[in-house]
Design a protein around this ligand. Structure first.
Ligand code: BES
Ligand code: MN
Ligand code: MN
Length: 465
């Protein structure tokens, strides 16, 4: 495309400063104390889309945080790209593990980011990545090179399960009509190894409560004679994996899609260093399901992990006590064909079944969503592939990710279009962790690559007519 590189060069400082301003607003959707900040972020996104040149920009109310909707329709005969992203972020804690304050962005150089990276909560997930789309649109409109129609739908509840977005999508099928959905909320393999995410895992998230005696007890007077909920909970949790690290819930693997030898061989071609992986995490070995590689374990295989566990006395010193209750939060990452509601049910039944006499258990489902996998022969994938070839000089590698964006499968179901996941983050960008960051190289490369997606998608669509 004409002038994209010079446009980026001329506007680089402004592009960075605008993103930094956006990152200063703590839009933590999980914590109601930040309600006004989340709402202000929606406002800021709205203004940025107006400035980029959209004709219609709306803040659409929902039962939760609003959705920012925008569009620029240039010709109804041309294809329409729908961009999705989220302006909410994860809570930043534990705060003491951040080297700089999470909502006071700073630019620092790192080994993987010699050009510098912006450190702030949301830098990569997803404010930085969604803002690439706003700036790419600004470029295309400002230089008269927008080749097709575009719609934006930016939500504020992705990190808490997108419950209200689902309703919005179901109720606004006409408004959201599109030919392809484009999302940057995933990663790529390495700075010089572009990749396109072709799969996401589904999710079932539950909380369990184990109750023993009706009050906390003296662990001497009662110890040994009544069930200790913490002992029981940890035993139950431990039994959810067997010695091969298979999950023991009956029926759990019933619908799991098994990949062919050829597909697994194809996957194994993606560059990966087990040594570098271990070194980056300071672990002396990896751990997981027998019979699968690390990359398979974290993408094409379902998993079960305790995300938090608590109960009893955890303060300073020792208190001799048998707690009345113990709790855990458990996530199950699912693969295509596993239905998250069915898995939640299988988990609940099993967990209730394995509870010994002397305790009662409650399972409370939180949120969930289906997995997603998309073919590499769609026009959308081909357009993305060409765009990366133009800007990286390399064919991107299709890669299935372990993360989840539950709403993506609903998009396909309701809007009948394919989603293309052009992620520009690195695994080491520490999303959801302390010191989250996003490389300046990645940010600018995204802004450079996105307009080429529009161009190729429009051309390939026209050729198909
Ligand atoms: N952007 C992430 C998902 C992601 C990151 C997918 C990197 C692939 C690569 C998204 O914001 C996220 O964190 N999703 C949650 C699920 C949600 C229901 C809370 C997740 O995966 O834990
Ligand atoms: Mn995200
Ligand atoms: Mn996230």
């Amino acid at each position: 495309m004409n002038n994209i590189l010079s446009y980026i060069k001329e506007n680089k400082d402004r592009f960075l400063n605008e993103l930094i301003e956006l990152l200063k607003i703590p839009s933590i959707s999980a914590d109601s104390a930040y309600k006004n900040d989340v709402l202000n972020t929606a406002e800021a996104i709205k203004i940025s889309l107006e400035k980029a040149g959209c004709d219609i920009v709306e803040i659409c109310k929902t039962d939760g945080y609003p959705i920012v909707y925008a569009e620029k329709i240039i010709d109804n005969n041309l294809p329409t790209v729908l961009v999705y992203g989220h302006y909410d972020v994860q809570p930043p804690d534990p705060l003491d593990l951040w080297d700089s304050a999470p909502f006071e962005p700073v630019i620092k150089k790192t080994e993987l980011h010699p050009e510098g990276a912006i450190f702030a909560r949301g830098a990569c997930d997803d404010k930085g990545q969604l803002y690439m789309h706003v700036k790419a649109l600004e470029f295309m409109i400002a230089t008269n090179q927008l080749p097709c129609n575009v719609k934006f739908m930016i939500e504020g509840e992705e990190e808490v399960g997108s419950a209200n977005l689902a309703t919005f999508v179901k109720n606004n099928q006409d408004k959201l009509k599109n030919d392809v959905i484009l999302i940057s909320d995933t990663g790529m393999i390495a700075q010089d190894v572009p990749s396109i995410t072709t799969g996401l895992r589904g999710l079932s998230y539950v909380e369990v409560e184990v109750t023993g005696p009706n009050r906390d007890l003296h662990s001497g007077l009662y110890g040994g004679a009544v069930a200790n909920p913490i002992n029981i909970l940890t035993k139950m949790v431990a039994s959810l994996h067997d010695e091969d690290n298979h999950i023991t819930i009956p029926g759990f693997y019933g619908k799991v899609e098994e990949l062919s030898k050829e597909e697994r061989a194809e996957m194994a071609k993606a560059p990966f260093s087990l040594d570098a992986y271990k070194k980056a995490l300071d672990i002396n070995d990896v751990y997981g399901e027998t019979g699968y590689t690390t990359n398979e374990r974290n993408s094409i295989r379902p998993t079960l992990d305790v995300n938090g566990i608590w109960g009893g006395y955890t303060g300073e010193g020792a208190k001799t006590v048998i707690a009345s209750k113990a709790y855990a939060k458990i996530s199950m990452r699912l693969v295509p064909h596993q239905d998250w509601e069915e898995i939640t049910q299988l988990f609940t039944t099993h967990f209730e079944n394995i509870a010994p006499k002397g305790v009662t258990v409650k399972v409370k489902p939180h949120h969930g969503g289906q997995g997603y996998v998309t073919p590499i022969n769609s026009i959308g994938y081909q357009a993305a592939s060409k765009a990366y070839q133009d800007t990286f000089g390399k064919t991107p590698i299709p890669q299935r990710s372990g993360g989840s964006i539950p709403i993506v499968s609903l998009f396909e179901q309701e809007l009948k279009s394919k989603t293309i996941l052009m992620g520009f983050g690195l695994d080491s960008d520490a999303i959801h962790s302390p010191n989250e960051h996003f490389g300046i190289f990645n940010y600018l490369k995204g802004i450079e690559t996105i307009p080429l997606f529009y161009k190729h998608f429009t051309e390939l669509s026209e050729n198909q007519k």
